[in-house]
Design a binder for this molecule. Structure first.
Ligand code: G6P
Length: 493
């Protein structure tokens, strides 16, 4: 499908996200280094903006960033071949602590992921969140001209759509993509500002989730919390405060061809060097986990399942190695620091219990891996373990599938991921709440005959290629174009 067409319906595109796609830092010698923060959201949207152009507004979180921007806080990216403008919003440490480490990640993240025991709210956190939302909304206004599309990302900015709506002409289309799960009403009711968040989101013309499950939970919450909103379930539209919000489910995809090409063209030496560096032994099967270090990913539970596997199936000792790569994240938040310690403790315990002079059951690394190194791991893995307790999408599972160009390898996928709704039954389904099922699924995966691996992997690859990044983009932009509002009877006139 041609995705130029729907993009052409708009004069301007402005994307808002908390995390920026490129971060600049100064090395010790003063030279400038550019890196790319971890996380599916920025990785997915960067190619979209590269094709569409426009402006991406995000939190600038490095001193290096300040040194490369112009007086309007702008810099053109990607550095090698600039095609859109990145505009940074600076947030001082105290405000960031309330907005990002506080309300966004101590409260909204655990609530959306059903981790109610981790959900905390401190005095001042909501106020900080509201102030930062306002600051971002204000930054959008100067960019609006003609038929503009403002596209707000994720749970950091639930209040932004309504704030923008107050400030821009009616011809502006506002979209919001909620990249994380939407919680059940009983969980959402733990948020003291539940109504304010819904009110903020309903300022959008189009609100999208990855899967229908989350969209339906959102509509249920609207009915439950907002007396003056009406939900048309057949059309999936909410009417509220004089305007309509179309609620859709459009699962994010990856550029499967690009991942396959990278894998196809990869030099074997990349894996040889990496496996030597990480001490991955030759000649064992390879189980793989690739995650941000986050309790929602179920990493600790997965490692415990691996421990049970070695206990119950001694034949796997010295014949399978599990590589777990994690990227530490949000380490200022006590729950994350504590989780990292627990994960490392399980790794040490399992390695002590079952390791031998020449073999470690779990190779654990928090080092940064290049895209080629990651592809080498995907290509060489016999199975990928995704055991998230809750996950908006999980692009790692799709990347593994796309990189498995020889059509072997087994995807063990939690049924609590958006990816499972999209890839479904052909994956080896894990119920992460059932400890027995996790180690048994891994056991089955390791024993799966190559012929069956091929049959499943072919289907997984076809589904991943079909629901690609460009499909996601076209579908969403068509929805935005169709929703371009006729606001002649709205309060703005
Ligand atoms: C998830 C969220 C993103 C976020 C990413 C990384 O994918 O949906 O919004 O950017 O995690 O987390 P971080 O807090 O480091 O940005």
């Amino acid at each position: 499908r041609d995705w130029e067409t729907p993009l052409d319906s708009f004069d301007t595109l402005v994307v808002l996200s908390n995390r920026q796609p490129y971060r600049h830092t100064r090395d010790a010698d003063g030279s400038l280094a550019v890196d790319r923060p971890t996380g599916g959201l920025t990785a997915a949207l960067d190619p979209v903006c590269q094709r569409a152009g426009g402006t991406w507004i995000a939190w600038g979180d490095g001193d290096g960033d300040r040194q490369v921007v112009d007086e309007n806080d702008r810099v053109d990216v990607p550095p090698t071949d600039p095609s859109y403008t990145l505009e940074r919003v600076w947030i001082d440490d105290d405000l960031a602590d309330t907005y990002y480490s506080g309300y966004s990640n101590r409260l909204l993240w655990p609530i959306c992921h059903g981790a109610v025991d981790e959900a905390k709210i401190r005095p001042g956190d909501y106020d900080g969140y509201r102030r930062v939302n306002e600051r971002f909304a204000e930054r959008v206004v100067p960019h609006v001209s003609g038929e503009s599309l403002i596209w707000v990302q994720d749970y950091h900015f639930a209040l932004v759509p309504a704030m923008i709506r107050e400030r821009v002409p009616p011809s502006t289309t506002i979209g919001q993509f909620w990249h994380v799960p939407w919680p059940k009403p009983e969980t959402f009711s733990r948020v003291p500002q539940a109504r304010a968040l819904l009110d903020g989101l309903l300022g959008a013309d189009v609100l999208s989730f990855h899967v229908r499950r989350f969209a339906d939970r959102f509509l249920t919450c609207v009915e439950y919390f907002l007396d003056d909103a009406s939900v048309d379930w057949d059309a999936s539209v909410v009417s509220y405060d004089g305007s309509d919000t179309q609620v859709v489910a459009v699962p994010l995809g990856i550029d499967a061809d690009e991942h396959a090409r990278r894998s196809q063209n990869l030099d074997d030496g990349v894996y040889e060097t990496l496996s030597a560096e990480l001490s991955i032994p030759d000649g064992t099967l390879l189980g793989l986990g690739v995650d941000r270090l986050d309790y929602a990913k179920g990493i600790e539970e997965r490692l415990e399942a691996i421990e049970t596997l070695f206990e119950r199936r001694p034949r796997w000792r010295e014949s399978v190695t599990f590589v777990q790569t994690t990227t530490p994240s949000r380490t200022d938040i006590p729950a994350y620091a504590a989780y990292g310690k627990r994960v490392r403790r399980v790794v040490d315990r399992v390695n002590e219990r079952f390791g031998t002079d020449s073999w470690q059951p779990i190779v654990y690394t928090e080092s940064y891996l290049t895209r080629d190194q990651l592809t080498a791991l995907y290509r060489n893995a016999d199975c990928l373990l995704v055991t998230s307790l809750a996950d908006g999408m999980n692009l790692v599972s799709k990347e593994f599938v796309a990189a498995s160009v020889d059509e072997t390898g087994v995807l063990c996928l939690s049924d609590q991921t958006g990816a499972h709704d999209a890839l479904g039954d052909v994956a080896n389904t894990i119920d992460p709440t059932d400890r027995e099922s996790v180690w048994r699924t891994i056991d089955d995966a390791l024993r799966m005959p190559v012929r069956e691996q091929r049959v499943r992997m072919r289907t997984l690859r076809a589904r991943t290629a079909e629901r690609s990044l460009s499909w996601w983009m076209s579908t969403l932009f068509e929805t935005f174009a169709a929703a371009t509002p006729d606001r002649s009877i709205s309060p703005q006139g």
